[in-house]
Design a binder for this molecule. Sequence first.
Ligand code: HEM
Length: 221
Amino acid sequence: MTQIATHRRELIFSPAIRIFHWLRALSILMLVVTGFYISWPFLVAPASSDVLVQGGIRFVHLVFGFVLTSITIVRFYLFFFAKSAIERRSIRDVLSLKSWIAQIKSYIWMGHLDKAGVYGPLQFVTYVAISFAALFMCITGLVLYANVYHQGLGGAIWEVSAWFTALMGGLAQVRIWHHIVTWAFIIFVVIHIYMAVWSGIRFKHNSVDSIVSGYDYHKEH
Ligand code: HEM
């Protein structure tokens, strides 16, 4: 029996990109939950217990904080130097007014943008913004860390942390901005999940699935 393929598949996300995406998602979830707990501790260990609840939760925050810091550095590197230029090619659409108009019209069911890379212009700009927000959280997180742990890495980054703290107007400001920017991640995650599901339905392409399998598919003409 002869079978004719109706669709062709294309690898758009490498295993590294997919693994980092899900590790970053897990880290952000854990950091938001443990971070809010750190700012409002409510669990009290029994008087007879020597369990340090706040210390334990802060430890989990730091473990995921260092995971996020490592991924943030590697992800910035991969964006510029990965063999596949599929992410970098999206810059062409960001710089084209025609692409912006086509993209916005496509959101209201008027036509379709034939993307140069893997992201639409609005999506790309949003990802750049959230990547810089992650960088800001890593820097402010490391500054807070250096103020708690004075040896090892904390000691090594002490000088630069003191400089950054002065730049931000004091340690209280560093803490407050680390807290406020947490909300950017909460807002981003809600819109990101909605748009990922919606655009898969609207444009009849792999969307959520492609960050799991790595593949998108195209109709054969
Ligand atoms: C998306 C990323 C992150 C989120 C959402 C987040 C969230 C938070 C929040 C809400 C707090 C409590 C602030 C307050 O006292 O009001 C906090 C504290 C803190 N965070 Fe993060 N954080 C993130 C990344 C990081 C990173 C990357 C590090 C370090 C590598 C880090 C280290 C710390 C430290 C040391 C504290 C202070 C702990 C204390 O006061 O005992 N955070 N974080």
